[in-house]
Design a protein around this ligand. Structure first.
Ligand code: C2E
Ligand code: MG
Ligand code: MG
Ligand code: MG
Length: 282
């Protein structure tokens, strides 16, 4: 019996390995040969639940190949990092976001923010952060129109180095938001030394908020923590009206999620921006 399950495990292991190897091979091809054909960027707006105004849009990457369609960006970005192609990929990503951003220049001048996710390997790479700054200038865009979303976990391996890297980007004008807050251990002492202006509460904290008093209790604590640290707050993964209203009543005005809009193609963002006022958060 043990032998049998051992063998199954082995088979499972090799097929996993094959799948990863297959994915890696495809990724390398996509990044090296045709980044702009195989990847695209969708944008998900975030709103003021109070006024209904649009505050910002988050860029989210998609890998549009037969293999890639089923792979989450959180997985393929990590693989791209491990394959050593993250600089090539990020150069394309930032170039593409900045290129797209130019069509929303009027709204950006009125306070619209565009947020871009940045992983640890990305923001700790000096060559890459210099490139990001250079690209923003090349496209004649004000870095203060952009937000870089970094995950808490990514800051804690080497907090001093992370703080230096983020300070550098922040001095150039980029705002830094802390993504996926509430999913891990919050090292508040470290976070206090980082140029973070806003925390983004992870969707896992928002999910089932109305069903579970325990989640509401944690959420109240997180919201009051953010308030006393004078940090802005955004809730992600807001899927229903009751949750949205509860969050608003408890002081979480900025919200993102399927209730408002899924991630959409850039052309749809232009449509939304034509209809909705852009509003600076109060
Ligand atoms: P994230 O930055 O926390 O992004 C939020 C994720 O939640 C997105 O998934 C979005 O599509 C999804 N989402 C939005 N509203 C809702 C909702 O109401 N309910 C639920 N259940 N989900 C919602 P996506 O696009 O699959 O991205 C997953 C993660 O991959 C992102 O999490 C981010 O960490 C990473 N990622 C995506 N694009 C990039 C990128 O260009 N660079 C880097 N470094 N990471 C990226
Ligand atoms: Mg994010
Ligand atoms: Mg997030
Ligand atoms: Mg998240």
């Amino acid at each position: 019996k043990a032998k049998e399950s051992g063998r199954n495990q082995y088979r499972f292991y090799t097929s996993e390995l094959n799948r990863d190897a297959h994915m890696m091979m495809n990724l390398r091809q996509s990044v090296k040969a045709s980044v702009e054909d195989d990847f695209s960027i969708v944008f998900q707006p975030w709103f003021s639940a109070r006024s209904g105004g649009i505050i910002g849009i988050e860029a989210l990457t998609r890998w549009n190949t037969e293999v890639g369609n089923d792979v989450s960006p959180s997985v393929f970005i990590k693989q791209i990092e491990e394959s050593g192609l993250i600089i090539d990929f990020s150069r394309w990503l930032f170039g593409e976001v900045f290129r797209q951003s130019q069509q929303w220049r009027v709204q950006l001048e009125h306070g619209l923010k565009i947020s871009i996710n940045l992983s640890e390997r990305q923001f700790l790479n000096d060559e890459l952060t210099d490139e990001i700054i250079r690209l923003a200038h090349k496209y004649n865009l004000d870095p203060s129109w952009f937000v870089l979303e970094v995950k808490e976990k990514a800051l804690l391996a080497d907090p001093e180095r992370a703080a230096r890297a983020l300070d550098n980007l922040n001095r150039q004008g980029f705002s830094i938001h802390l993504d996926d807050f509430g999913t891990g251990y919050s090292a508040l002492m470290h976070l206090q030394n980082m140029p973070i202006c806003c925390i983004k509460i992870d969707q896992s904290c928002v999910k089932d908020l109305m069903a579970l008093e325990s989640k509401r209790r944690i959420m109240r604590a997180v919201l009051s923590l953010a308030e006393s640290l004078e940090l802005g707050i955004i809730a992600e993964g807001v899927e229903d009206k009751d949750t949205s209203e509860w969050l608003l009543e408890h002081g979480c005005v900025l919200q993102q999620g399927f209730l408002f809009s899924p991630p959409v193609e850039p052309v749809e963002i232009s449509g939304i921006l034509d209809e909705l006022p852009v509003q600076e958060p109060d």
